[in-house]
Design a protein around this ligand. Sequence first.
Ligand SMILES: [Zn+2]
Length: 330
Amino acid sequence: MNAARWSIGALVIVAAALFALYFVTPSMDGWPVADTDHSPAEGQVTITFLGTSTVLVSDGRTHLLTDGYFSRISIPGLFSRMAPNEERIERALSQAGIDRLDAIPVLHTHFDHVMDSGIVAQRTGAQLLGSSSAAMAASGSGLDKSRITTVQTHHPYRFGDFTLTFVPASHVPLPGLIEKWTGKGEITEPVTPPDWIGAWEEGQSYGLVVEHPRARILIQGSAGMQPGELDRYQADYALVATASLGKQSEAYKDAYFKETVAAVGAHTIIPVHWDNFFTELTENVPPLPWVMDNLEDSFQALARRHQGPFRVLRPFQTLALEAPAVDKAP
Ligand SMILES: [Zn+2]
């Protein structure tokens, strides 16, 4: 009886501690922010960060949006059947000034990437591009087959003056139980929400190289990589996921920096997927709670290894990019 009481007591204390830690949010203070004061010149390429690895890339004529996840299901919501939150999607699109999109490249198919992609494609007239798993998720959202492209890696897809190339990557390693719960396999049947979290399995993860005469960008949707895959590409801006990076070994952090930022020769790092995506997207969205990600460690993992600027872009902020200077030596 006493032992049982002790165990229950201990469990309550652990649960309470974890609950309390959820409200411990790392500080963003001290991290340099991107200079978003300049409005873009005609035809200049801009990026707008919209939480997780959702990024709007535009040259004023052609508009691309990676992933497009705006539902941002709460943590308790993850334990029941989940469905896109149409109101949040509507609000975020309107706040970001998005009414028409040309393409939605999907970087992998966990819920926090692909869950809303099909709906956003429907609303904006975009072509959705991604893995066979992304195709299954999108067709479950009711998106017509003609609007879905199952991509080949290292193959150029053209939209206006943009060329998109999907490069094989890996997902950041997660604790075994979380990996099992969120699904590491392929999606083999259309996902029709509401459905359980595990329905949105990872599928293939990608890095996306976005090339334009006036900008070169890498967007890495999860803090993982495949050795050598990005070596043949060049990008000036590396928009790289940092969630869970701080929890990896120093060797892993070395490899992530080398195989992404360094591989493409980026002069500027802009972290993505650092925000608390269990809350609605706002300009002041907090970083992931400390129990899930130590922002300081995750940002430092890249900032310490990089010679050039490391700049934070807050949600809904738009940065006008500088055109490529000279190509790196072959
Ligand atoms: Zn994921």
